[in-house]
Design a binder for this molecule. Structure first.
Ligand code: URA
Length: 257
């Protein structure tokens, strides 16, 4: 029901206004009152709601990693592709993209798990305590990162190029996402033999974990002979395991000769 404002005396109009304030009305939108129950007949119905826009299927980070890796035709291009890859959360918390160190084309390529704090700071793999032990282990069988002779040189990378927070292990889905880059990395570096250090790298390259059982037994991964070994960080915590690691190094030396 509508009433003309002129029909109201002052007190009634003031009471109605106060009542509307109480209801939360904050502004008037027209001089004449409007019965909105009667509007339906005169207000045109809105046109049929348009179909929602087609949203592209969610990107598949592994497929994208595969495409980006395949498009990289040399190690510099691969480094750029890894650095530009946007889908791994670890990248956000990392200072550097740790790609590789040593001599590409070396007979031996070593694959670790992921950078720690020192590696994140330096932008190079295996420069902390575990890395120093790794260098000593390699030196014991006549190998080093920068030896000009490919038979005595080493090329080193990690499954993950970014440091996981608090040095936690990379998650399986993080490793799976970066695996296409790793596989391409191995193709482009063209080693004869791989060493995988620790569980994450064994799982990523060989599809098998349980490094203390796998270590010292030659396997095949990425089309190459692969020697799984205990991670040097594990050897630092468990010096008794160095004896087996020495046996593995001797086996590796024999294989490289
Ligand atoms: N541990 C790894 O697996 N990689 C590094 O680069 C350093 C420590």
């Amino acid at each position: 029901m509508t009433r003309d404002a002129c029909d109201l005396d002052f007190d009634t109009a003031a009471a109605l206004l106060a009542w509307q304030f109480d209801l939360g009305v904050t502004e008037g939108i027209g001089d004449a009152p409007l019965n909105r129950y009667e509007l339906e007949a005169v207000v045109p119905k809105p046109a049929a709601v348009a179909a929602p826009p087609v949203i592209p299927a969610e990107t598949d980070p592994v497929a994208e990693a595969r495409a980006m890796a395949a498009a990289a035709h040399d190690l510099d291009a691969l480094r750029e592709a890894v650095t530009a890859f946007p889908h791994c959360e670890l990248k956000r918390g990392a200072r550097s993209t740790v790609f590789a160190d040593g001599r590409p084309g070396a007979q031996l390529m070593i694959i670790g798990e992921g950078p720690g704090r020192e590696e994140d700071q330096a932008g190079r793999p295996f420069v902390g305590k575990a890395g120093q032990l790794l260098d000593r282990m390699l030196a014991a069988i006549g190998l080093s990162r920068d030896n000009p002779d490919p038979a005595r040189a080493v090329y080193i990378t990690n499954v993950m190029p970014w440091r996981p927070p608090h040095n936690r292990d990379p998650l399986p889905e993080e490793a799976a996402m970066m695996r296409p880059f790793l596989e391409r990395h191995v193709e482009l570096a063209a080693p004869d033999v791989l060493v995988v250090l620790g569980n994450t790298s064994a799982k990523t390259v060989l599809g098998q974990a349980g490094i203390t059982r796998l270590r010292g037994t030659w396997r095949e991964g990425f089309g190459l002979p692969v020697l799984p070994m205990c991670h040097p960080a594990y050897l630092l915590r468990n010096p008794a395991a160095k004896r087996d690691a020495w046996a593995d190094l001797l086996d590796l030396r024999a294989r490289l000769k």
